[in-house]
Design a binder for this molecule. Structure first.
Ligand code: FES
Length: 150
């Protein structure tokens, strides 16, 4: 009799453990089914608006910029201010073979194959690149040029 009672007790315990595990699995399933969207990256300051006068172009550090093979080859952002409230921004990684473009005269210049890009549109003007520079989303807030859209 005592053995039978122990056996029943053990079965109850096993059922209870099974039910608890199923509940935990169900909760786990709920968590994965309701994944929260990734938080939007916080805007970061690229430059003060006054540091890029209208008509000027400036090369600045890209927060989290891509590191390329070779010494000191880190992606930067080319900022061109076209009017009081408009700044266009492009990655300085050349779309031909990943050399780094720099402002030169009225254009952006890639020294690897003597290519030029339009500094206000990022479009290739001369040389082998067929693709525009990658646009970087920026906005102006409180007199600063910030990453991301407003
Ligand atoms: S890498 Fe820029 S033109 Fe070739």
């Amino acid at each position: 009799m005592a053995a039978m009672s122990l056996e029943r007790h053990t079965r109850r315990a096993a059922l209870a453990i099974g039910a608890t595990s199923a509940g935990a699995l169900a909760l786990t399933g709920c968590d994965s089914a309701e994944e929260e969207p990734k938080p939007k990256p916080q805007p970061q300051e690229l430059a003060k608006l006054d540091d890029v006068p209208v008509g000027e172009t400036k090369l600045v550090t890209m927060p989290g910029g891509k590191k390329l093979p070779g010494k000191d080859r880190v992606e930067q952002v080319v900022l061109t201010r076209t009017d009081e409230q408009t700044v266009n921004a492009y990655s300085n990684i050349c779309t031909h073979a990943e050399c780094l473009v720099k402002p030169k005269g009225e254009d952006l210049f890639c020294p690897c194959h003597n290519a030029t890009f339009d500094r206000t549109t990022g479009e290739p003007k001369k040389g082998p690149p067929q693709t525009p520079l990658n646009q970087v989303a920026v906005h102006i807030a409180d007199g600063k040029i910030m990453t991301g859209s407003a």
